[in-house]
Design a protein around this ligand. Structure first.
Ligand code: EPZ
Length: 416
């Protein structure tokens, strides 16, 4: 079985470049279904989740080819609106095609994606939203089925600012005549990128990034070229890599605005963060302080940075408290960090970390994408050798992370 083998203790130094954002690309790929023209997405890393989404769109009849770091998408020949279980079970985000299929064809039949390590991942907010838009949506034999052609826009409100539900509903509303309003929308930067992509294809959407989004329906969409935003979670992972190794790293291709929630918390800890016009310099000085944080919808502290930040807090003497408010089971990295000597106590949604000035390398398993990233970061700090398995989780969201870390001084190998 493939594993990452890390010999910790080196302070990382040098420059590393961030790739395009996985969580912007996936909804934008789904939105490409709306276009009858050619769409070219640039800055697309070679990730497992993106391959799965490409497979899903190909099953629907789209033609996709990769040209270097671009995906070329042709949606003229879509001949199906049904996504089978073998695809939707591989990746929850495949349910994002439902909104686009409803908007373009008035029909969608998507197998339930099921849960994953971090939670049950229900889609009730998506289904309720589609119904409130005027589509007829029901469950049948393990499938979500939607159909209809709403004749006019409505005002809907999300019970929770769900990222995926906001994205799905924006796409579903993009061809409904008149004005649709989505209240209590998620405000993540990836939703702004989706709005910009759709508007460049001919949509009329305003308000992404705020909690009220206004969509004026249009009849058709053209093809465009689009460069996706940088991945703020990959950037955050490298920021923690610099901090946990007490190193000095320049991270290139970062949207400074998007990493503010994490940067504010890291500055509280004592990490020096200096933004420039092309990225940011991160210095993990020797005297870092414990802190507390609670994950919240954007612009709060991102849940996707919780495991990585917990790894950092495990190496800072003193007590830190973490509250995970977004997912019900996002502490799968804790038992693995404990195997490396971390002192962490979990009570429901609360984790209490007693940081130490040393951890010991161990054999550990990645349980999900960001838990795997946390184990890599802990391995960079720990004495001795850390071996990480279940790399398929890490490959879902990081392209060649071992090569990027090696380029800034980490002793890390990917071994069969
Ligand atoms: C997106 O997932 C991201 N994935 C996640 O990143 C991220 O953690 C999450 O947003 C929160 O920021 C992609 O963008 C592909 P949600 P999503 O709907 O859309 C509950 C990563 O590591 N909920 O905002 O699925 C849900 O169970 C991944 O890159 C409902 O109850 O997140 C969760 O507790 C992990 N009903 C909370 O809301 C619904 O219908 C937030 O989920 C939908 C969601």
């Amino acid at each position: 079985m493939e594993s990452l083998v890390i010999k910790g203790g080196s302070s990382l130094k040098g420059q590393v470049k961030v790739s395009g954002a996985k969580n912007a690309i996936l909804p934008i790929m789904a939105a490409s279904l709306l276009s009858a023209g050619e769409v070219v997405l640039s800055g697309v890393p070679d990730l497992e989740d993106i391959k799965v989404m490409s497979d899903a769109l190909t099953i629907l009849g789209a033609r996709i080819k990769r040209e270097a770091d671009s995906l070329v998408f042709d949606g003229r020949y879509i001949q199906s609106c049904e996504l089978p279980e073998n695809i939707s079970r591989k990746m929850r985000a495949s349910n994002l095609v439902m909104g686009a299929l409803l908007a373009r064809f008035g029909f969608a039949k998507i197998a339930y994606s099921g849960g994953c390590a971090i939670g049950s991942r229900p889609v009730d907010l998506h289904l309720k939203g589609f119904n409130n838009l005027g589509y007829k949506v029901y469950e049948k034999g393990g499938f979500m089925v939607g159909e209809g052609k709403p004749r006019m826009g409505r005002e809907i409100l999300l019970d929770f600012p769900s990222v995926g539900a906001t994205e799905n509903l924006i796409m579903a509303a993009s061809t409904i005549p008149g004005i649709t309003i989505i209240r209590n929308a998620a405000r993540e930067p990836e939703i702004i990128d989706l709005q910009n992509f759709l508007n460049r294809m001919g949509a009329k959407i305003r308000g992404a990034g705020l909690d009220l989004i206004r969509i004026e329906g249009v009849k058709q969409f053209g093809g465009i070229n689009h460069v996706v935003i940088p991945d703020r979670i990959e950037a955050g992972t490298f920021m923690i890599a610099a901090a946990i190794t007490r190193g000095d790293v320049f991270i290139e291709n970062v949207a400074n605005e998007h990493i503010q929630p994490l940067a504010a918390k890291l500055r509280e800890i004592g990490v020096e963060i200096m933004p420039t016009s092309t990225g940011l310099r991160v210095i993990g000085s020797r005297c870092l302080r414990p802190t507390d944080f609670k994950t919240m919808p954007y612009p709060g502290f991102p849940t996707d940075m919780q495991p990585q930040t917990m790894a950092l807090l495990s190496t800072i003497k003193g007590t830190s408290v973490v509250v995970e408010t977004i997912f019900e089971n996002r502490y799968m990295h804790v038992p693995e960090l404990r195997r490396m000597g971390a002192e962490i106590k979990v009570e429901g949604r609360v984790a209490i970390i007693k940081g130490k000035d040393q951890l010991e390398g161990a054999s550990v398993e990645a349980s999900d994408l960001r838990a795997g990233a946390a184990l890599i970061l802990a391995g960079l700090f720990a004495g001795g050798e850390t071996r990480i398995t279940n790399l398929r989780h890490i490959d879902r969201g990081y392209e060649n992370i071992h090569l990027k870390l090696k380029s800034i001084g980490a002793d890390i190998q990917r071994k069969l």
